[in-house]
Design a protein around this ligand. Sequence first.
Ligand code: ATP
Length: 439
Amino acid sequence: MENLMEKVVALCKRRGFVYPGSEIYGGLSNSWDYGPAGTLLKNNIKNLWWRRFVQMRDDIVGLDATVILNPKVWEASGHVANFVDPLIECETCHERVRADKLELKEEHEKKHKNDGKEAKWTEAKMFNLMFKTNIGSAEDTSYTAYLRPETAQAIFVDFKNIIDTTRVRVPFGVAQIGKAFRNEITPGNFIFRVREFEQMEIEFFIAPPKSEAEWQDAFELWRKAVLSWISDDLGLKSEKIHEFDVPDKDRAHYSKKTIDFMYEYPFGQEELYGLAYRTDFDLKNHQEMSGQNLQYRDPITGETYIPHVIEPSFGVDRSILAVLIDAYTEEENRVVLKLSPKVAPYKAAVFPLVANKPELLEKARAVYDCLKQDYMIAWDDRGNIGKRYLSQDELGTPFCITVDYASLEDGTVTVRDRDTMQQERIAIDKLASYIKNVL
Ligand code: ATP
């Protein structure tokens, strides 16, 4: 589909999914706010993730740590030394790009060539992506701290507290959802690469593997778990997902194996999620830097060791973008977001056939108030029904429920399906179970 990105960005604004950040002040480049529909979509994704990986499992517990940690954390983790991207600057216009993003470099050179100019680049410099901030009010005692560039580290920092205060036993995991910040050199592609984003991460601790096969088996279980999440909860088309085994030279400093789960975005195949075997790198370094004993003692065998870690890392914003792109559909007379009902902002919309008949209004309101107890439900009594359908189609609402004159007689309503546009009559007291069934 031509200009798919532009169309999705326009729909996001039009229907309240995503707005440009700070817009009334002329915006702030590459910052985006989630509007009413976008907030619902985002919360649904985070809740589904939490349900799948924490609520439904006995071996994963949750954590919600601070964004600003003791700066020593980032020394121990290697981020102060290694969380860098190579940066080059155009000598003509001083724009900076990531030296390893060849397509951005070429695009920039082409732009200058069209103006009859040459694009010469400076030597690559390493640029640390962590956002710095200052803690403390007095000049002489204030110190530099960082906004976390990943949620993972706090899980290692709290590891000892978690094993001391809960009944977890290796193998077990700790899950966390929260904001992360990276001063990206070349942010862009809407919410794909931003400087402030959300991650959903799990550190899954295993006993030090006695053979390659042992950690590979654990890794394989997680590879499958990530794929199940993508298909069963997000509902993404599986043919758009590709796995990329990251070669040695491109892996993060802590990783012995990484698989990137790539999605076919309109701007190319790019990383949606990552899965990494981080070995015992993090806990070992934190033990050394903090001087605290971070060993785990197996309560049955009495063995003590530093566990190894498999880490699946999920970007919330990249999930949202993939879900929107995947769902965007143009049909003859409408645009429709064919979202999986699980992630759809509203599970149904309720309409009175006309707004100026008090009996209809009252009945429709009663249906709305009842369904609202369990689901996010939209209400619309403006304009004609056709227009109301079209606006719900763009929001991805799976069902539109219309209360009409027959409803007053026989207690049934019309339910119109978003994808097939077929309508059927359903008894009002069956609506809740009807919605529950598709979820
Ligand atoms: P990339 O290679 O695209 O920069 P990365 O390999 O640095 O990504 P990770 O460090 O593995 O990313 O981060 C884990 C996840 O966090 C990514 O898979 C992605 O979903 C998300 N993520 C990372 N950086 C950003 C960003 N700048 N904006 C939005 N999401 C991000």
